[in-house]
Design a protein around this ligand. Sequence first.
Ligand SMILES: Nc1ncnc2c1ncn2[C@@H]1O[C@H](COP(=O)(O)OP(=O)(O)OP(=O)(O)O)[C@@H](O)[C@H]1O
Ligand SMILES: [Mg+2]
Length: 449
Amino acid sequence: MPARARSAWTKTLGQLLLILALAVVVGLLVGQPWPVLTAAALGVVAWHYWKLRGVLLRLTARQRLDPPTGDGIWNELDRLLHRGQQEMRSRKRRLVAMLRAYRAAAAALPDAIVVVERNSQRVQWFNEAATPLLGLRYPRDIGAALGERLQPLPISRWLAAGRNAEPLMDTPSPANSDLRLSLRLIPYSDELWMLVARDVSKLMRLEQMRRDFVANVSHELRTPLTVVHGYLDMLDPADQPEWAPMLAEMQRQSQRMTQLVEDLLTLSRLEAQDTVVDESVAMAPMLATLKREAEALSHQRHTIVIEDQAALDLWGSTKELHSAFSNLVGNAVRYTPAGGSITIGFRRDDDGGALLSVRDSGYGIPAAHLPRITERFYRVSTSRSRESGGTGLGLSIVKHVLNLHQARLEIESEVGRGSMFSCHFGAERVHPRDQSHEQAMPPSYAVGK
Ligand SMILES: Nc1ncnc2c1ncn2[C@@H]1O[C@H](COP(=O)(O)OP(=O)(O)OP(=O)(O)O)[C@@H](O)[C@H]1O
Ligand SMILES: [Mg+2]
C-alpha cells in the first residue's frame, strides 16, 4: 500500500477507535454504556455511508470535477479514483486522435481501400477513393455485399480464394470503363480483409505505347535489313579476297539482327494475344521434329534422345508451342559442349497434366541468375552467349507462349552438370493421344523461332 493511503487508513482507524472510546467513557459517565456505544457506532456507519455517497456522486458526475482535497480514507479513495478516471480519459482521447489520424490517412490515399467482413463478404468501411474507382457510395454501401456492388467483376469467386487470391492486375473499373484497375486482397485479421484497388490506366497506356513502339520499330527495321542482307548475299568474296573476312562478319551480324527483329516481332505478337487457338497438338510428330532440329543444330556433336512416355496430346497452338519447345532444345544444344547429351522427355504429370522437359548435360546456370533468366535480353555469360549468337529473347518467348497456355516453366540447373527446363501443362490442356496423328509434321511447323 502506498504511504499516503496507509497514513489515511491509520488516521481513519484512529478516529474510529477514539470515537468508540469516547462513547464508552460518556456511556459510563451517564450510566448507559450500551445505548451510547450503539448510537456512536450508528453515527460512524451513517458518516461512512454519507462519504460513500459523495464518492459515488463524484464518480458518476457528467461535468469535470477538481481533484478532492483533505485527508482520510474516503478522500484518499476519491483521489485515487479521480486519478484513474483522468488517466483513462486521456488514454481514450489519445486513442481517438490516433484512430482519426489513421482514418484520415487511409481516406487521403489515392488507392481505393475497402474493408470487407470475411465470412459475409460485406463492406465494413471504405475510403474516399473507393467512390471514383469502384463506385461505392457512403452510407448506401456500408454493409452491402461487395460481389454485388462491384459487378460485373468476378469478385465473389476471387474473394472465395481468400489468402490464395492472385492479384487481378488489369481489370476494368465497374464505375468508369476508361479506368483500368489492379486489385489486391490483403487478409489482415481472421475476420477482416482489405481490398486495395489501384488505378493503373496510365501504366497500362505506357505499357501499350512501349509494345507499339517495339513492334513498329521492329517492323520498320525489317525492310532495310532485308535489303542489306540481299546485297551482302550478292557480293562474292572471291572477287575481293582481302574483304572476305569482313564480308563474312557483316553477313553474320546482319543475320543476327534479322533474328533479333524477328524475335521482337514474335514477342510483340505474343504480348498482344490473350488467348491461343485451341487445336489438338500432336506430340509424337512434334517430338520427332524437335529431335531433327536438335540434330541439325548439333552436327552430331551431341547424343540426342527422345523419351515419349505420356501417350497424351496437348490442346493449344501447334505453331507457338513448337516455337517454345524448339527454343529450349536450341538452348540445350548451344549451351552443352560437344560430347554431351540432350534428352527431350514428355510424360504425365502427377496432377493429371503433362510435362515436357529438355534436359542437357551442359554448362549449367548459376542459381543467382535463375530468377531473371526469362527476362528479355537477359544472358548469363555474355561472352558465351555472344559466341553462340544469342540475343536473350528465347526464354522470354518460351515464358509468353507457356503463359498463353496457362502452363508454367520450371528450371533446375547445376553449374558444370547441366540444366533441365520443364513445361508443366494442366489437366485441362491434355487429352489422350490420337494415334491417327502419328505421321509427318503438319506444314504449319516452321523451323526456328
Ligand atoms: N540449357 C541451358 N544451359 C545453360 N545456360 C542456358 C541454357 N538455356 C539458357 N541458358 C542461359 O540463359 C540465357 C538466356 O537464354 P535465352 O534463350 O533467353 O537467350 P539466348 O539463348 O542467349 O538467345 P536467343 O534469343 O537466341 O535464344 C542464355 O544466354 C544462357 O546464358
Ligand atoms: Mg536461346
